[in-house]
Design a protein around this ligand. Structure first.
Ligand code: SF4
Length: 354
């Protein structure tokens, strides 16, 4: 899958210091393709979401959208303030199916017409499945911008305004979700909310808009949807806006590098592009093993907490020597030795196994 749209912005929001991801994004290639171009070797593992997870996600959505979205109508009835049997649903995926640009443009036109109807007070559906939005973030994203496709928009009764929501097929009890899963989901829905606000302004909405989004998780009972969990997304929107600034900054840096190098392909200049290796890279990025190799023997091998304690450039052998009593040579080494001694003190009282 290509790194594009909401997934690309989410990745940058999770690691805004890394310019290499931006190079991947600009290449228009999928991550394994980019890896192959860079190394000359095919990507060695299965990449991305596991097939079983993709199947579960597809089944969850099929269940939710079947029978005029019966399960979704049940889950959303209270929030939209209309009895489930009377909820009006439109499914852009059915009305304009297809993955081509022309299909997206037609879905986007339909979506914009519905948003304009809502702003003008004309009748409109309470649930919009697979709408198509577009974002330029006031020019922060280079033209032509990114397509953003929330799973649904629903009309929230209290403010009479559309809100984006994503269906997440992780099975949860009582809407309790893993922190890491929720962080990524929040960023994705924050991007959708920004794109929705941009679209509403385009159709003349002058109301004060706030960033609220919904998460619809799966119950353990036959992958049916929980009631949506609504959240204020200001913190995530802030991270997304910073990610867009980082995207632009890295893009300008890559342009300057290219210009200085006479227009060489970007992947050949990757050694000059800043990276910021983190534990989460191992799970989320096709370049993880390549970036990890740059940190062999360094704190990164022990994880983010060790990097925070020792600094990214500290050699692990030297850190161990300092912990074992070697004399510090610099002020920084003195700090590291003190921090390690302090850390070690907590374990000193634990009897060692023979
Ligand atoms: S693995 Fe490398 S390229 Fe990928 S996000 Fe981490 S530092 Fe950036």
């Amino acid at each position: 899958m290509k790194l594009a749209g909401a997934s690309a912005i989410t990745r940058i929001a999770l690691n805004p210091e890394c310019g290499r991801q931006v190079s991947m994004l600009r290449s228009g290639l999928s991550e394994p393709e980019y890896y192959q171009r860079l190394t000359g070797e095919p990507y060695p593992d299965e990449y991305g979401e596991r097939l079983s997870a993709r199947r579960r996600g597809a089944k969850f959505e099929r269940n939710a959208y079947a029978n005029y979205a019966a399960q979704l109508r049940d889950a959303l009835s209270e929030i939209v303030g209309v009895p489930a049997a009377q909820i009006w649903v439109r499914n852009m995926g059915d009305e304009e199916p297809g993955l081509r640009e022309a299909n997206r443009i037609r879905r986007w036109r339909l979506t914009m017409r519905i948003l304009a109807d809502q702003v003008a007070g004309r009748p409109c559906p309470q649930i919009l499945i697979q709408p198509q939005l577009h974002i330029t973030a006031d020019g922060l994203i280079e033209k032509p911008g990114f397509w953003i496709a929330p799973d649904i928009l629903f009309l929230e009764r209290t403010r009479n305004i559309y809100r984006p929501a994503d269906l997440k097929s992780f099975v949860v009890r009582g809407n309790k979700v893993e922190r890491a899963d929720l962080e990524r989901s929040r960023l994705q829905v924050a991007i959708q909310s920004l794109a929705l606000h941009e679209s509403l302004r385009t159709v003349g909405d002058s109301r004060t808009l706030n960033h609220i989004g919904g998460f619809i998780f799966a119950t353990p009972y036959g992958l049916s949807p929980h009631k949506p969990q609504l959240e204020a997304l200001d913190g995530s929107v802030d991270r997304v806006q910073k990610a867009l600034i980082a995207l632009r900054r890295h893009g300008e840096y890559l342009d300057a590098l290219k210009k200085a190098d006479g227009g060489a392909p970007e992947h050949l200049m990757l050694d000059s592009v800043p990276m910021h290796f983190q534990e989460r890279c191992m799970k989320s990025c096709a370049l993880a093993r390549l970036c990890q190799q740059h940190h062999e023997g360094k704190a990164h091998e022990l994880g983010d907490a060790a990097v925070e304690l020792l600094g990214p450039e500290t050699d692990l052998d030297r850190a161990f020597a300092l912990m074992s009593g070697a004399k510090p040579k610099t002020e920084r080494e003195r700090e590291i030795a003190a921090a390690l001694k302090n850390l070690n003190a907590s374990f000193a009282a634990i009897p060692r196994a023979a």
